[in-house]
Ligand binder design. Structure first.
Ligand code: ZN
Ligand code: ZN
Length: 269
C-alpha cells in the first residue's frame, strides 16, 4: 500500500517539519510498502504563499538521496492546481520531470479561492456549488496531462452554509459529464480521506459520486490521505477500503511512471 496524496514542507500549507524521510519512517510503522509525495504546484495563484515555485531539480535530487539512504520505494507525484490561464505552464512541468502521478485539483474557481469567503458572496449554496462543478468540467475538458482528479467535490467544505452535504441529483448533469469525460480520457479519481475528520465527515468525492463513477464504468481509483503532516499518513485507509468495497470496487490503482497498476483491495489493505 502507498498513500498517493501527501504533502511535505515543500507545500507552503504543510507542516514545515514534515519531510519525505518522515513519511518513509511513518510508512514503515504502518507497514506500507512505499511512499508517494505529491506537493502543490498552483501556477498563477493569487495567494503569495503559493507563488514560490518548487525547484524540481533540487527536489528530485533530495528524493534520490532519501531513496539511497533508506532503500525504500519512494515515488514522486504532484498535485497540480488547474487554471485555464496556466495550461501551458502545467504542460511544461509535467513533461519536464519524471513524475509517477499527476493529480489535477481545482483550488481556484475562475481565479477565486473558495477558502476565502468572497467566492460565496451573493450566491446561494447551490449556485456556488454549480459554478465550482462547471469549472471542474472545464478543467477535465481542457487539460489532458493528468492521471487522477483530486478531491472532486471539496467545495462542500467551504463557505458559511449550514449543510455540508449536497444532493447529487441537483448537479447530476454536470457531475455525469465530469465523470464521463474522466473515464473517456482514461483517467481516474481519488478517494480523498481528508474530509472524514473535517467539517463534512465525508470522503471527497462523496459516496454518492463514487457510486455514480462506478455505475458509469469508472475503474481507476486511488486512495489518498491528503496528509499535510507525516502523522496523517494513511489516515482512514481502512474506512476507505470499506467504502470502496461497498461501492463495488475490488481493485485500487497505484501509480508508477504515470501508469496505474491494479491491486486487489483485500490484499493490500
Ligand atoms: Zn488540494
Ligand atoms: Zn493535497
Amino acid at each position: 500500500m502507498i498513500d498517493q496524496h501527501t504533502h511535505t514542507r515543500y507545500s507552503p500549507d504543510a507542516d514545515q517539519k514534515t519531510t519525505c524521510l518522515s513519511y518513509v519512517n511513518q510508512a514503515k510503522l504502518l507497514g506500507f510498502s512505499g511512499v508517494m509525495v505529491t506537493d502543490h504546484v498552483d501556477y498563477d495563484s493569487p495567494d503569495p504563499l503559493f507563488q514560490e515555485m518548487i525547484d524540481y531539480d533540487v527536489y528530485f535530487k533530495d528524493i534520490e538521496h532519501v531513496r539511497k539512504q533508506t532503500g525504500f520505494d519512494i515515488r514522486v507525484g504532484v498535485e497540480l492546481g488547474y487554471q485555464a490561464c496556466s495550461i501551458s505552464k502545467m504542460k511544461a512541468l509535467v513533461s519536464a520531470y519524471p513524475f509517477d502521478l499527476v493529480i489535477m485539483s481545482l483550488h481556484l474557481v475562475d481565479g477565486e479561492d473558495p477558502y476565502y469567503g468572497d467566492y460565496f458572496k451573493g450566491k446561494t449554496q447551490e449556485e456556488s456549488i454549480r459554478r465550482y462543478f462547471k469549472a471542474v468540467l472545464k478543467s477535465v475538458e481542457q487539460f489532458d496531462d493528468f492521471d487522477v482528479y483530486g478531491h472532486l467535490d471539496h467545495i462542500i467544505r467551504y463557505g458559511t452554509f449550514e449543510t455540508r452535504t449536497y444532493d447529487l441529483k441537483r448537479y447530476q448533469d454536470l457531475i455525469d459529464e465530469i465523470l464521463k469525460t474522466i473515464i473517456r480520457k482514461g483517467k481516474g479519481i481519488e478517494i480523498n480521506m481528508s474530509g472524514i475528520d473535517d467539517i463534512t465527515k465525508s470522503p471527497y468525492p462523496s459516496i454518492d459520486v463514487l457510486k455514480r463513477y462506478k455505475a458509469l464504468g469508472g475503474k481507476i481509483i486511488t486512495i489518498g490521505s491528503d496528509a499535510h503532516t507525516f502523522r496523517d499518513l494513511g489516515r482512514y485507509f481502512l474506512e476507505a477500503k470499506s467504502i470502496l468495497i461497498d461501492v463495488g470496487f475490488d481493485e485500487i490503482a497505484i501509480y508508477q511512471e504515470r501508469k496505474p497498476v491494479f491491486f486487489n483491495i483485500h490484499e493490500v489493505l
